[in-house]
Write a protein that binds this ligand. Sequence first.
Ligand code: OGA
Ligand code: MN
Length: 208
Amino acid sequence: MLSLKIQSIIDAIDKEGYAVIEDFLALNIVAELAGEADMLQQQGAMKAGRTGTVIKNNSVATNPRGDFIYWLAEHELSSIQNQYWQAMQVLQRALNQHFYLGLFDLEAHYAIYPTGAVYHKHLDQFREKQDRKISIIFYLNHDWSTKDGGALRLYLNKDSEIDYIDIQPDGGKLVVFLSDQFFHEVLPATRERRSLTGWFRQRGSQLS
Ligand code: OGA
Ligand code: MN
């Protein structure tokens, strides 16, 4: 049987193409993941993020993101990463059952945005590589408040600059959306901002 949270993600994706779920995993898991991200950062294991196409003022931006990332390796997961991974497998199976997406793989990285860092408006699917079908962002920030900034601005309409929602990166919150449908950006924050961001990949690499 599907858990209520997984079911609400399926329903929201079906209706809107995106879902925002509070407290997707227990707080102690969120805290352990956040601690691991901090440790990796202290060890110097996080590297500056790189990306493909980003739209800014109708041109390709040169320095689109200011985050530092660390890729998870499926065959070398720490025990806390494994808890996250297992939950995502459940979600992947549910998405496949309901939408016949043929999702077969997850790629995921920790991301730390230093104070003031942004990620300009972009799509997670690149023109040359279209296998990312579903974006999943899991936030690891304890006690985030509106005044801290750092929202994920999700544009609800590809043709509109003003039709968006701002999603606060609260610890435990999971955001799920169709990678080829939603432009989004990360606004600057007044404190460090952590997440575990992933993409379910689709066999065949075709846009639907
Ligand atoms: C990304 C991204 C959004 C966020 O890593 O591609 O858009 O809220 N992240 O961290
Ligand atoms: Mn993105």
